[in-house]
Design a protein around this ligand. Sequence first.
Ligand code: GDP
Ligand code: CA
Length: 323
Amino acid sequence: MRITVLAGGIGAARFLRGLLAHLHATVPGAEVTVVGNTGDDITLFGLHVSPDLDTVMYTLGGGIHPDQGWGRADETRAVQDELGAYGEPPDWFALGDKDIATHLVRTRMLREGATLSEATAALCARWQPGVTLLPMTDDPVTTRVDIEDPNGVLRTVHFQEYWVRLHAEPAALKIRFEGAEESRPAPGVLTAIAEADVIVFPPSNPVVSVGAILAVPGIRSAVAAATAPVVGVSPIIGGAPVRGMADKVLAAIGVETSAAAVALHYGPDLLDGWLVDTADAAAAETVAAAGIASRAVPLRMTDVDATAAMAAAALELVRRPEQ
Ligand code: GDP
Ligand code: CA
């Protein structure tokens, strides 16, 4: 069985850990391809940082900081402290010492002419995440957010500045995927979608994670045209994101923060199935009425076993009799 997952960072990485645990126990030889969001990528001190790709790679490779859900375990920050002593901004984006090694390798390869796909494969050779991790594109795509600053002046900021420095406190007026229109899917992405047996939208941010991936020309139409069923897992439980500020970016695109509204936003053109939490059982009826199979099951990724059960329920929801 081939499974292709459109992934953001923490929500996706934790879900993938459960999906792999489920597959190892039940589906020998299953192959998982992860198409990762690179709209969050940022250049800091000349280093190319790919936060979502790294979160997936570290989580599945056993190097993630377990509580934070991003960055390396047992991390130190000597470099950033030294930079601070020089008065070098930014200090709002954490760059741990071990993490910097990853960005150095990636940046060195890119500077020598490698693609982001090639750099990602080289980094994964160390981490062995147990999936094929592909960036959504090798071209530069940058997620930017339009906000009004405290003086009422319209400003456009990098997504990381909005999310990490500003904690998504100003209302997001518009989300832009700069460069997306000219970007092409990375090698292997369209094939992984076309040849999948199941396509999964994990509980990732629908706007800035999955939305950014779908903004790369060709990816949305490939998902819509895929022969495989597409199943999603709601990142929204009881009208709020489980973690983070997804409500702020959903508001920017005029979508209510609810499990049903997110499913309808993707729509029956993309989705065949949508899991909601047991707290949102009523949403399952709304979603089913729109032509998307839906079921309410516990969706909190409290540990690997609970997450594996979620993944099993997602695959079961869209299982076709011949499989
Ligand atoms: P990011 O790039 O690190 O923000 O990560 P993603 O886009 O992959 O995932 C963020 C989403 O994960 C948020 O909208 C959260 O609501 C969702 N999320 C985090 N933990 C859980 C959980 O335990 N259950 C569910 N259903 N969603 C979760
Ligand atoms: Ca992200």
